[in-house]
Design a protein around this ligand. Sequence first.
Ligand SMILES: C[S@@+](CC[C@H](N)C(=O)[O-])C[C@H]1O[C@@H](n2cnc3c(N)ncnc32)[C@H](O)[C@@H]1O
Length: 274
Amino acid sequence: MIPDKERYAIRGGKEGYERLLLLARERWPETRALFQRAGLRPGMRCLDVGCGGGEVSLEMARLVSPGGSVTGLDMDEVKLGLARQAAVERKLSNVEFRTVNANEWNEPNGYDAVYARFLLHHLRKPVDLLRRMWAGVRPGGVLVVEDADFDGWCWDPPNDGFEFFLRTYRQVLLRSGGDHALGRKLFRYALEAGIPDPQLTVVQPQYTTVGGGKTLPWTTLEAVSEAILSEGLATPAELASALASLAQFLNDPHTLTSGPRIFQLWSKREATRA
Ligand SMILES: C[S@@+](CC[C@H](N)C(=O)[O-])C[C@H]1O[C@@H](n2cnc3c(N)ncnc32)[C@H](O)[C@@H]1O
């Protein structure tokens, strides 16, 4: 059953920022390749919806220089404050961050490139946002979306903590109005939203080396601890035991884990004739 209210279930603020920094570092090579395929170039005015700590917005700001600019939107003011600070430290003056609820955002014809990563699977009405994102793209511009599908993870050898993480994360998302399986639906949703000829690629990270991206399942499970407990999905003892088991698994150089399957979609809007 779809809940009446939507809620972002992952702990935000400074801790959320640190988790997203790691995620952004891990994902950047494939996001950059996606931007190249989608034709991001200097001079473009870009939007990053649900930008989190703004790491991708800041990289976009470099890619569209000179002459281009980036606006990052998120509802987490703490992360946006840290993103503004990072922009100053990196001497990027062509990026701004605004506190906006994506469900209320609407700027038709506002941008040359409209982008969102890992936002749609948290929303109750992802097609609505896709429709507004497409409306936000000017003639000659492009829409770019990346989102995850959490059914596609694999890990070896078997581990109870990993199974607990995926089972409870899926339930937390469902109860918060999101959808753990959004990734595979992105193409269909784009068509429903009236987005023409969506192009699609699928990427899936894998990790063996201890540290870095291999820690993400643990940090994500830890960051939804409050939601797991408040929803009664596990007892504190079960959660602690799963975190310990997962930590042991991820700290072992002989184990392998993937990330989720990531669906990358883009569509270019035709330039109108003069
Ligand atoms: C998983 S993070 C992804 C952040 C960033 N796009 C990235 O890939 O690093 C999702 C972000 O969406 C934001 N978010 C969730 N629901 C939102 C909403 N309704 N309006 C604006 N931001 C939202 C959260 O605050 C969070 O920063």
